[in-house]
Design a protein around this ligand. Sequence first.
Ligand SMILES: [Zn+2]
Ligand SMILES: [Zn+2]
Ligand SMILES: [Zn+2]
Length: 271
Amino acid sequence: MSLELIFLGTGTSAGVPMIGCDCEVCRSNDPRDCRTRPSVLVRYDGRSYLIDAAPELRQQAIAHDITRLDGVLFTHAHADHVLGIDDLRRFNAVMKGPLDIHAEQSVLDRLGVMFRYIFEAHKNINDSFVANLIAHPRMVGEPFDLSGGTWTPLRLMHGRLPIFGYRIDHGPTGTSGGGGAIAYCTDASSVPPETFPLLENLDVLVIDALRYRHHPTHMTVDQALAVIEQVKPRRAYLTHIAHDIRHADLEPKLPEHVYLSFDGLVVGCGE
Ligand SMILES: [Zn+2]
Ligand SMILES: [Zn+2]
Ligand SMILES: [Zn+2]
């Protein structure tokens, strides 16, 4: 099976619709304007890897019939990317075993503080709270193999916070029915120069595009388009979208091979 990406959530940290907002987009009937918090599932060879655990992980997993995970990879420890961790215990139960998690050491440390009851299982009096997560510290630019797929952590800047994006290479790039190369770059306000060589020859680039106006920790649509223009992936998808963007308004204005993502969108390589 070829490399495949499923957009589980494509919204910004508050989600869309936002609590207490009655703007046109938050009231939209277009299902593509309904955006849960950002997360994607990467699939190849019958394996499933989750990037980030959004607060809606439970609903996302049920919506897409995700019943097993072969690993979870974190970009950073902001709430919209990690609050679904609690639901990983359900995968431990269903799969009757541990689950590997991958992140930068600083993020693993942060998760240990935020979810102490999960990571300090021996102090837990109730076994049903215990999660069985095996932490794997990862380094920028140092590829690692997950069941035949090569994962490379990419440095992205999220305001002043250095975070991870991920590049996934599986089999030969750009061949139908074969493999491909995908990069997932959410929550970025800029791409450092050293990251650009790691974004070459991509089938699919997913990149942060929060809204039209400037934001200190996220790219605007125009900034994302400038990165896409430089990287030249075969296709690009914008994500982490705020309520400022109405899907039907922006999609037709985007350049060729650039698309707005939406919850439930499935993208395959080699198509
Ligand atoms: Zn975020
Ligand atoms: Zn709104
Ligand atoms: Zn963030």
